[in-house]
Design a protein around this ligand. Structure first.
Ligand SMILES: Cc1ncc(COP(=O)(O)O)c(C=O)c1O
Length: 365
């Protein structure tokens, strides 16, 4: 089966993991700090805190940024965690339609900011396409909102616009630590709070007694193990190679896909290309489902990203609506879009097979 995404693991990764398994520290040891330091450099942030998942990263970031009752603008086109993390803090997600590139429409965001009292923006660099930093900086300054970038799909140098950026190291992402995530910030205050929140809200204080620790926040156990961090460090060494491979794959799709399958946006050298999304004008969801099933019979597991979050039963129950009128772009995208296989070890022969199969199946349904 050719999946839409998967990890790339070599002997070096395996050796790094085994070496750490044989060391004194399986968790809370030196690999954690080492991984955080390397990540901070790669991502261009002063501080990075690694955690057990991208969702944990969003949760802790939300504790730092949001208060109960805050209104937070976000996108329907993301994985559930982006919006769920707003709900964890008893704040309210406010959904805004997407633009042609699959990211939230920042002009519509500004219209919302003019009408409603909004405290924060939770923006997603969907598929790896960078967020328009210039526009976000303008919105942040003009409307005094806090800004979080959910960079689960993006890995690159940040331009210091957001207050916090979060990352995921799930196997399909740019690098993997099995499960894992990270929170990046330039604020020392937020950094110190995150370190405590990741570890039960406590810190060691041996000033009175050698065994003493103090709990000052309601925290969690969201620690990432040393074994996972050793894997992350090893993966990070190959990040440039992984990114080059993703870009080669994308260029090949652009060159060889037939005209009736259109990439979501023109080739973008600054995209991290976690996903490669294309569009096709399906008649209805039944035809799209038939297409997915036929492709699966050919050994190609396509995927669709994402079902609009505000259309999920839980959100509907909470009173959210996903109407054609309010979300025309997301509606159209939902019917037309799907993600093609993209991962560093995908070879050209497989890519050719994917393209041939697409043409054959789309012509037959
Ligand atoms: C945009 C986005 N945000 C958050 C997450 C959550 O990351 P994790 O699976 O590491 O919890 C994902 C993962 O799929 C994602 O794609």
């Amino acid at each position: 089966m050719i999946p839409y995404g998967k990890q790339t693991i070599d002997e070096e990764d395996i050796n790094a993991v085994v070496e750490t398994l044989k060391s004194d520290y399986l968790t809370t040891g030196p690999k954690v700090k080492e991984f955080e330091k390397e990540l901070a450099q790669k991502l261009n942030f002063k501080f990075v805190v690694v955690v057990s998942s991208g969702t944990a990263a969003l949760h802790l970031a939300s504790i730092c940024l949001l208060n109960q009752g805050d209104k937070v603008i976000t996108t329907p086109n993301s994985f559930l965690s982006t919006s769920n993390s707003i709900l964890y803090q008893k704040a309210k997600p406010v959904f805004v339609d997407i633009s042609e590139n699959g990211l939230i429409d920042l002009d519509l965001v500004e219209q919302k900011l003019q009408k409603e009292n909004i405290q924060a923006l939770y923006l997603v660099s969907f598929s790896g396409h960078p967020i328009d930093d210039k526009k976000v900086k303008y919105l942040k300054e003009k409307y005094g909102v806090k800004v979080l970038y959910d960079n689960a799909h993006f890995i690159g140098k940040d331009k210091e616009v957001c207050d916090i950026a979060t990352y995921s190291f799930h196997p399909v992402k740019h690098i993997t630590t099995f499960e894992g995530g990270a929170i990046a910030t330039n604020s020392e205050k937020i950094y110190k709070k995150l370190l405590m929140l990741r570890n039960h809200g406590m810190y060691k204080d041996n000033s009175m007694y050698p065994w003493e620790y103090k709990m000052v926040e309601l925290g969690y156990n969201y620690r990432l193990t040393d074994v996972a961090c050793a894997m992350g460090l090893s993966q990070l060494k190959k990040l440039d190679y992984f990114q080059n491979r993703r870009h080669e794959i994308v260029k090949y799709y652009h060159k060889n896909l037939p005209k009736f399958i259109t990439p979501l946006y023109d080739y973008n050298e600054n995209s991290s290309y976690h996903l490669f999304v294309v569009r096709y004008s399906f008649k209805d969801f039944e035809q799209k489902a038939k297409f997915f099933n036929e492709m699966r019979k050919k050994g190609i597991a396509l995927q669709y990203h994402y079902i609009p979050i505000n259309s999920q039963p839980f959100y509907q129950k909470k009173g959210y609506k996903f109407s054609k009128k309010e979300f025309p772009k997301m509606n159209k995208y939902y019917l037309e879009a799907f993600s093609l296989p993209i991962y560093p070890s995908l070879i050209q022969k497989e890519q050719n097979y994917v393209i041939e199969s697409l043409v054959e199946v789309l012509n037959s349904i």
